[in-house]
Design a protein around this ligand. Structure first.
Ligand code: HEC
Ligand code: HEC
Length: 396
């Protein structure tokens, strides 16, 4: 059977077994915006939304998947092998995505590995993605073959982002945790009455070369949200209108990316967590766990909706505040995480709002610092309409 058929099969099975995979599998996450390493703003490729092989020039294995998922597979590979994009792709500094199509020996090896992994899962795990690049590579170019005595005799390392929750000994309930959170944020009636949120501040990430660019966030309860980063090379717009999500940005491979799968679900979650009283109804099923982040005790609420990807919400046991959200995106070759950390809670007209938001995903990290937040001001619904495709990259 050809590589292509195997991978198509693997991705079909992945969709079918998405829920099982999400539960059974360890870490996995999504790349957005520009990529680490290579990741300077890149010129837009031609064409509108389409599948990977329609949009890109030299796709032989990862065919038939949406562009956002394709970029997530690249994040999956980069994270699993501890590589930058440029470690596999040529170091061509010409602007644009064209150089990513060039053949390199490492790309060829990576394709061979994708086929090996598809065969392995098909032959042994009924096609479920239980073995991924990460299973062997664990962040290294070359997997280790000898077990580590340091690991065997060392303290076990607990990953707070694990999908499998550690039991919560306190026996607390979802309602108790969310009530405590709402009370920590402010007067419960006022928190429940929150209708909108607008913020201005700065955004610093790989795609802004870590420099601070102005950012504007507009959000209407329960879950519409638009974020616009005014980068030197043009505006990067992310919109979720309650149902559909898009990224319009000159640094993306296509001028308008429509979000799918875990990226769409992630956009919904990012929007809803701005409104504490909307969180409960955002998921149909909840589980309660416990962990620590930087030595602070956390209660973890894991939300799920049928087969859609899960999300973990972390509440500080001392303050009661939401300090982290982790959500996942299932791709054709494994699952990738996105982590959002909230800190620097400040009072805005009697309601505590996190003024620092750090987003970490497999191919980038960005820090948003807010300066000016307004609650309950009217926002034109046009803010959440599909953004226009991004114009070509502005030369800096
Ligand atoms: C371990 C090697 C490896 C790493 C690291 C890697 N890629 Fe790739 N990339 C590939 C392979 C292999 C393909 C071709 C996939 C196929 O044939 O299905 C590819 C294809 C692409 C393409 C499509 C190019 C075209 O027009 O055909 C883009 C865009 C891309 N990668 C971006 C990235 C980005 C961004 C990163 C960093 C987050 C990255 N890659 C990291 C191996 C890698
Ligand atoms: C079953 C274990 C296993 C899995 C799963 C696996 N690899 Fe590998 N990979 C290896 C081993 C072993 C080597 C080293 C081979 C050698 O040194 O000849 C390697 C080497 C590589 C290399 C060459 C690295 C270098 O520095 O030249 C690339 C690229 C690579 N793997 C990509 C991937 C990708 C992409 C995936 C997921 C689709 C993956 N591997 C999954 C075992 C694995």
């Amino acid at each position: 059977m050809s590589v292509r058929r195997l991978v198509c099969l693997a991705s079909t099975l992945l969709v079918l077994f998405a829920a099982a995979i999400v539960r059974a599998q360890g870490p996995a996450a999504p790349p957005r915006r520009a990529a680490a390493g290579a990741a300077r703003p890149l010129a837009p490729g031609a064409g509108a939304a389409g599948t990977s092989e329609q949009v890109f020039k030299n796709v032989q294995v990862l065919k038939g998947i949406p562009v956002d998922e394709f970029m997530d597979t690249m994040g999956m590979i980069a994270a699993s092998l501890g590589m930058n994009c440029a470690d596999c792709h040529t170091n061509d500094t010409a602007p644009g995505w064209a150089a990513f199509a060039d053949e390199t020996p490492t790309k060829k090896t990576a394709r061979r590995m994708m086929q090996m992994v598809a065969d392995l899962n098909k032959g042994n795990f009924r096609g479920r993605a239980l073995v991924t690049c990460y299973t062997c590579h664990r962040g290294d170019h070359t997997p280790k073959v000898v077990p580590s005595l340091a690991l065997q005799y060392g303290e076990p390392i607990e990953d707070p982002n694990d999908m499998n929750l550690y039991p919560n000994p306190s026996g607390t309930s979802v309602d108790a945790v969310l009530d405590k959170y709402i009370n920590a944020v402010g007067d419960p009636d006022r928190v429940r009455g929150m209708t909108s949120y607008t913020a201005k501040g700065t955004y610093a990430g790989y795609e802004t070369d870590r420099g601070e660019a102005p950012v504007e966030i507009s959000s209407v309860a329960p879950n519409e949200r638009t974020t616009i980063v005014h980068a030197a090379w043009g505006d990067s717009i992310r919109t979720f209108n309650g149902t559909v999500g898009w990224i319009s940005s000159p640094d993306r491979p296509v001028p308008l990316v429509t979000l799918t799968g875990g990226n769409l679900e992630g956009a919904r979650i990012d929007a809803v967590v701005a409104f504490p009283s909307q969180i409960k109804s955002a998921f149909s099923r909840w589980k309660v766990g416990a962990t620590t982040i930087d030595d602070a005790e956390m209660t973890v609420l894991q939300g799920s909706n049928g087969d859609r990807p899960l999300a973990n919400l972390y509440f500080d046991d001392k303050s009661g505040l939401l300090v982290r959200v982790v959500h996942w995106t299932v791709t054709a070759i494994g699952t990738v995480p996105t982590q959002i950390d909230f800190s620097d809670y400040r009072d805005v007209t009697g309601i505590k709002i996190p003024f620092k938001i750090v987003t970490t995903w497999t191919d980038g990290q960005a820090t948003t610092k807010l300066a000016d937040v307004q609650l309950n001001s009217p926002i034109d619904s046009a803010k959440f309409a599909r953004p226009a495709p991004a114009p070509p990259l502005k030369v800096q």
